[in-house]
Design a protein around this ligand. Structure first.
Ligand SMILES: [Zn+2]
Length: 130
């Protein structure tokens, strides 16, 4: 698919920027792992510091820096996800953390659950180009 190829070319160019910015911090192996991981993303893929830490074995400070730099160079976008404190499902997003309601409906629990600031998790998805 031509679009997929364009996407990969674009991604490669952006990853070179990331590598130049981070080559004293990431090992070649870690960089390769991040590149392979993100290249397999679809627009439905959601990741977070926690997930990167577990999957790629980066420590959380490094994972956070990788994600924030990928956001700066236009690969990823960040949003506030809401994780259910009862069933641990990421069931929604919120634009402004101040708009957080105390009770929200979780489709995992099929009921209303109490939500607090600690249930907000920064999540990352691919930035849409069009
Ligand atoms: Zn739930």
């Amino acid at each position: 698919m031509a679009n997929q190829l364009d996407y990969l070319h674009q991604l490669n160019a952006q990853f070179e920027q990331l590598w130049q910015q981070m080559n004293t911090k990431l090992t070649t192996q870690e960089y390769g792992a991040v590149l392979g991981y993100i290249a397999a993303f679809s627009y439905n893929t959601v990741t977070s510091v926690q997930r990167i830490t577990g999957l790629l074995g980066l420590d959380s400070a490094l994972a956070e820096e990788v994600l924030s730099r990928l956001t700066t160079i236009g690969v990823l976008q960040s949003e506030n996800g809401i994780r259910c404190p009862e069933c641990n499902l990421l069931f929604g997003k919120i634009e402004n953390v101040n708009d957080l309601e105390r009770e929200m409906f979780c489709y995992g629990c099929d009921s209303n659950v109490e939500i607090g600031a600690s249930d907000i998790e920064v999540i990352y998805t691919l930035q849409r180009k069009c």
